[in-house]
Design a protein around this ligand. Sequence first.
Ligand SMILES: [Zn+2]
Length: 317
Amino acid sequence: MSFTFFNEFKVARFYAMYSVGEEGLYLPAYKGSTFRGVFGMALKEVACNCPKGSGHEPYCIYAYLFETALSNTEANHLPRPFILEPPNNEEEYYPPGERIWLGFTLLGGAIQYLPIIIYTLKLLGEKGFGKGKHSAKLVQVFSLNLSGSMESIYKIDSPTICNHFSIYTGSEIIEHFLNKNHKINQCTLHFVTPTRLKYNGQYTDYPEFHIVLRSIVRRITSLYYVHHNGEKQSENWALLFETAENIKLIKSAVRWYDWERYSNRQHQRMKMGGIVGQATYVGDLQLFIPWLILGEYVNLGKNATFGLGKIKIILKH
Ligand SMILES: [Zn+2]
């Protein structure tokens, strides 16, 4: 099965490498919320020059990237066109000189703003982050190609940002990872970072296949609609989801994992739990594999923008 919009869906992946400054860095176990906060603040400084007190102008790049909205009412439901991928470990202290790797993915309309993102990441390091707001230097930025090899596109000792980096379409990603000659009837899905799947309004710790698929399809189609000037997909998803209910979850080795974060807006600690671990599915998976493969690139569930919901799939022929 192929949808034309897979051809138009665009992804670019990067790694930013920081060197920790002289004071060391103190970060919480869940680093997504730290980066969410400082990235948003730095981006606002870099990319918003709207007049104060009247909301954002239509041309505001900060608003497009960070407060994505088509109209005020939809604001909370629209996906942002980027994903930050902080180090996935619980290390809370980084000594001076240590490297910190921050992965980031740009999607569709955000890709053109790479220079602004790099400038924001540089500023973010200078302003400092974590407890005490200690600084870290943005040393180098790499572009990642489909095979996973990295190419340098920015270095601290040169002002140049290389504009020749890998951008791949959804179709290219799927073709790269899918061997069409083999029928796939088993796959294991690894939930690498806490994945917050909602079904019927509730978070679930039992990742039935159709729930995972619903989440991926919803995310990819709305990223396409909002960030690729795409059309709302009129496909009959109900039929796809119904078929997905035939796929059996034969082994679920997931556990609920609670991150805590402090919300400055709500002045309280918030739980950001999700499932981690792995789940194995059997059935005729052919129809769904393209979605799963692309799911690895866009994360799924709530708070995907800040690194939650990262998945890895292992296919069995
Ligand atoms: Zn603005």
